[in-house]
Design a protein around this ligand. Structure first.
Ligand code: DX5
Ligand code: ZN
Length: 225
């Protein structure tokens, strides 16, 4: 079982005109969280595989690609080729989940499925055995800086039960509205990977912001047993 909580700052909240330095400023994190939005599955439009490949050149940190796009089955290959270490697509957007999961794993990346706040955890029942990671969205995807949805705690506990029933232990990632103020409770409910956009990049000292979230998160981890 994973002993430490993973922190993944979302570069959606970074200064896009200064991305190289922004990524250097989060060197103490565990992953770079890379939000791909297509202007269709979500109303916003962001990055593509070309930028991901450049980021892989610029940092030692692994990249966690969160694909908020329609038809990920057809687009996943480009992100694998760009070097994504985690490829996570949305349950709501795909048709052939198990085929896409296999494709991701064949390329040596970790395969994840994300669910929106309005999607029940039970929808993961038939794919949970095959997943390296589950991403529980704690905001409606599309924008940074939104408020954490409280029902996420209940969904995390439901996911823990589902994983226990299946005797699997995927990484459990939570994304949206995470800060040092709620990290302990989120981890206590079952998360072990936290995405943090504004709470890291709006801070003057990013290393200190990451350390604060990590400290709170690890407290939640201890409190779980
Ligand atoms: C939302 C994105 C998040 C976002 C989180 O659609 O998936 O990764 O960047 O930003 P904060 O931490 O500001 O809620
Ligand atoms: Zn995200």
């Amino acid at each position: 079982m994973l002993q430490d909580v993973l922190i993944a700052p979302s570069i959606l909240a970074a200064d896009q005109l200064d991305l190289r330095q922004e990524i250097e400023s989060i060197a103490t994190a565990d992953y770079v969280h890379f939000d791909v939005m297509d202007g269709a599955f979500v109303p916003n439009l962001t990055f593509g595989p070309g930028l991901l490949a450049q980021i892989k050149e610029a940092t030692e940190l692994p990249v966690d690609a969160h694909l908020m796009i329609n038809d990920p089955d057809r687009r996943v290959q480009a992100y694998l080729d760009a070097g994504a270490d985690i490829v996570c697509f949305h349950y709501e957007a795909q048709i052939h989940a198990l085929r896409t999961i296999s494709l991701i794993k064949e390329h040596g990346a970790k395969a994840g499925i994300a669910i929106n706040p309005g999607t029940p955890v039970a929808m993961l029942e038939s794919v949970i055995d095959d997943l390296d990671l589950v991403l529980i969205m704690s905001v409606n995807p599309g924008f940074g800086g939104q408020a954490f949805i409280q029902n996420t705690y209940r969904k995390l506990r439901q996911l823990r039960r589902l994983c226990a029933d299946h005797r699997v232990a995927p990484i459990v990632e939570v994304d949206g509205g995470i800060s040092a103020a709620n990290a302990e409770r989120v981890v206590n409910a079952g998360a072990n990977m936290l995405v943090a956009g504004s709470s890291v990049f709006n801070a003057g000292d990013r290393a200190a912001a990451i350390a604060d979230i990590r400290r709170a998160a690890n407290r939640g981890f201890g409190g779980r047993c």
